[in-house]
Design a protein around this ligand. Sequence first.
Ligand SMILES: [Mn+2]
Length: 195
Amino acid sequence: MAREATIARTTNETSIQLSLSLDGEGKAELETGVPFLTHMLDLFAKHGQFDLRIEAKGDTHIDDHHTTEDIGICLGQAIKAALGDKKGIKRYGNAFVPMDDALAQVVIDLSNRPHFEFRGEFPSSKVGAFDVELVHEFLWKLALEARMNLHVIVHYGRNTHHMIEAVFKALGRALDEATMIDPRVKGVPSTKGML
Ligand SMILES: [Mn+2]
């Protein structure tokens, strides 16, 4: 069965259609209404070998908060749905990605136990028009809805754009690893027998 999912979610703040294929080719068709987020999700799809389509309309005349948060929610829901019963997956993923001056690390456990840890300091609060605090908002909603344990560490960096780029590339690579089918894994990779 194809490991893919489509999520449609409409609230008073945003309207989002999102399709994800875990076994894709890194193709992204993104209209998020938040250009910096589009740039980051393009990197995520490319480096995770996911196919990702997003059409989002949100109240960006206020700011990018609701749209960024709600895309995180939809992407998390799509990851969870596309994984299905999680049979045969590696479950854990870990990736370090450098981007010029910046080094980020993302560690994932597709544990069905939502948790988010973030370590890092960004030197600026804006990248272009984008509020840097929304990176945290996006990631923790993603972890919550995908029901994964997500640890994000920005080890160092000087340029905030580079640092966030390293995070999204590492997120793609770590999630690619965690979702990968390992032929040695029989059934669900947990001694409990379910995830
Ligand atoms: Mn860039």
